[in-house]
Design a protein around this ligand. Structure first.
Ligand SMILES: Nc1ncnc2c1ncn2[C@@H]1O[C@H](COP(=O)(O)OP(=O)(O)O)[C@@H](O)[C@H]1O
Ligand SMILES: [Mg+2]
Length: 212
């Protein structure tokens, strides 16, 4: 099983358990980080595939797929955020963009299309707009594919996935800004309040002047 605190991300507090004792220890650890914990069946063997989506519900397109390469069983906080840190030449961490990856992922065309279609569907179902990277779990033996999680900006701008898809960084930012303006115009056209007398007939016990 994989045990995850529901509200953290960055692999903090996530553990794999393959027996009862490890499961109990993993739950103890996870409940130290959140009051709700997710326990999932572990996908084994596991191949991870990520795909970003750009646009909105009306017009969304997928990036190329990438395959992050784990140095550990679970892609850890260290892998994600500290791998470019201390001791690296640049001296700063670039997070996911520094991580080892295959881009585009070395997977069959059919799977690439399946991931891209599901990525767009997920993005639209959740009503996303702008850029989001959607992470998948795949069992290469059975071909099963799961949406694992969706990552929002600024954590996961995934500019490298767009560069690989022929969208340079400035064009990506341009598209995102256009999306933001569009979203703003759409929101401005919506009503967020309306006049009502709904509370006028209610008497609140204990308020000044009231005897009931
Ligand atoms: N059901 C699962 N089966 C196998 N490995 C998993 C499963 N869920 C997560 N993992 C591993 O744990 C890592 C972190 O889990 P994830 O759900 O992506 O949480 P986070 O929000 O911390 O990124 C994944 O990248 C993957 O390596
Ligand atoms: Mg993740």
């Amino acid at each position: 099983m994989i045990v995850k605190p529901v509200n953290l991300g960055s692999s903090v507090g996530i553990a794999r358990a393959n027996n009862r004792d490890k499961l109990i220890a993993a739950l103890d650890e996870a409940f130290g980080f959140a009051s709700r914990v997710l326990v999932e069946k572990a996908v084994t063997p596991l191949r991870e595939i990520n795909c970003a989506v750009l646009g909105d519900a009306e017009d969304a397109r997928p990036s190329v797929c990438e395959e992050p390469i784990n140095s550990d069983e679970i892609l850890s906080y260290r892998d994600k955020y500290l791998s470019g840190g201390k001791g690296s030449k640049s001296g700063k961490s670039g997070g996911m963009s520094d991580l080892k990856r295959r881009c585009p992922a070395d997977i069959p065309d059919e799977l690439t299309q399946q991931v891209q279609t599901l990525a767009v569907k997920t993005f639209r179902t959740l009503g996303c707009s702008g850029v989001a990277r959607i992470d998948f779990l795949n069992n290469p033996e059975t071909g099963e594919l799961w949406v694992n999680e969706i990552n929002t900006i600024p954590g996961s701008l995934s500019f490298y996935l767009w560069e690989a898809a022929g969208v340079p960084f400035d064009e990506l930012l341009d598209t995102m800004l256009q999306q933001a303006f569009k979203r703003h115009r759409e929101r401005a056209a919506l009503s967020f309040s309306y006049d009502t007398n709904i509370l006028s007939a209610v008497s609140f016990g204990g308020t000044k002047g009231s005897k009931q």
